[in-house]
Design a protein. Sequence first.
Length: 484
Amino acid sequence: MERECKIYNIPIELTQQEINIFKVLNNTKQYFNLNCTVRVVGGWVRDKILKKNSHDIDITSEGISGVQFAQYVTKYLQSQGINTKLLTNREQTEHLQTATATICELPIDFGSPRAEEYKDNSRIPEIRKGSIYEDCIRRDFTINCLFYRIEDGVIEDYTSGYEDLLNKLIRTPIDPLQSFTDDPLRVFRGIRFSAKYGFKIEDNTLNAMTSPTVLRGMNKIKKSRRTPELNNILISSHPSYGFHVFQYCHLLKEVLITEESTECNWEIVQSNSIPLMYCCEEVFNSISQVKDDTDMLKHLLLTALCYSFKNDTFFFKKKELPMIPNIIIEGLKFTSKEREKVDNIIEGVNLLNQHNCKCERLYYGRSMLKSKEMWKASIILYCCLNSHFTIPSYPNIYFKIQIEPTLLQTVQHHFDLIYQFQLDNIWLITPAINGNQITQLYQTKKGKWVSTAINALIEYQISNPTYTFDSCKEFLLQHQFDIC
């Protein structure tokens, strides 16, 4: 049964570009005397109500197909002396085709109202022509079900999405279990919206996310399709909470698992990873030197998420390999660059755990040679690993872990010492005497021993910041290396 459409005449602040675009669309209707209703749908409407910028304008036209309306728009622009290209998707039947046209330097997508029907073994729906109401309820969450009618600037709402926006609530427009069974990727999207906007997931919606039926359906989604959602959760305003929801929904293993990691101790992973993420996130956001570095926070939290695998290995072609890179590349489908940054953070932590160095400069320098630009993340993770926190079993978007002042003071103390020692770019250091000069100094041939000598020399330079070429030469001559 079709629900009543609520109309909201609320002020929407448009940019000059948006005003110009909508003027073109309205002028097109008038120029060709078209009897149709033109609406903006989806995320643009949501973001404008939230007073956020959006450049993703999707148009749906009722009374004329989206492609036909886009063709009229290009003809109108041409009549005004403006040339624009029209790209159409010819794979669909005529009334379901979509088109893209550039208006006022912004690509605009045009489509028609449609309905969707899902089969049991696929998250790709069968599509047919639909009403504006059917087009509304096929969408993932009520906050994305709103329409902006460009003729008069009103908001049309069939699913109480406007109220959900005001109440900061994530809810599905149809039965949540049915919605997530149809397309399990919506679970990932719901968690992402919740973490991004700080919205609570409505209780029935969250309960449906925990359903064994939904969990079984996750095999419909290729891991590569999940990756953008996971990445956006990591860079959201509530990343640890987002992964807490995955844990609560019994999906953390599903997110991380690879063929090689099936035998790992997942109970330890489940109990340790999320509290560590919360702790790292709170400390990071409390330290002024790092809190605006979103890339560092992302890789810090990714490392915290995977850290419980630090002692796990697997065999590939008779070679024993660490598990964490496998989790990042094969489980999360992240890039080798992201894996490298996680490796660097962990190597930095490992060296911070070695307290057998009498020289403080060298103690920090050794760690930073490995952690490189992620050295602050290594310091924070190292300190948080020595702290213990409990988190509620039920994920709460408003939960905030309580950090002891001494923990923040300890992190800041490490930072202060590193800056005091002027080590903040130490990983860029080069040996004062290069490999060729070293072999000439020892009057012998090159070999693996040269790398050992260079590493020893760099550590000498870190320990002795006033070094000279002659002092480095003397250092080398005083040390015997296994020359072979």
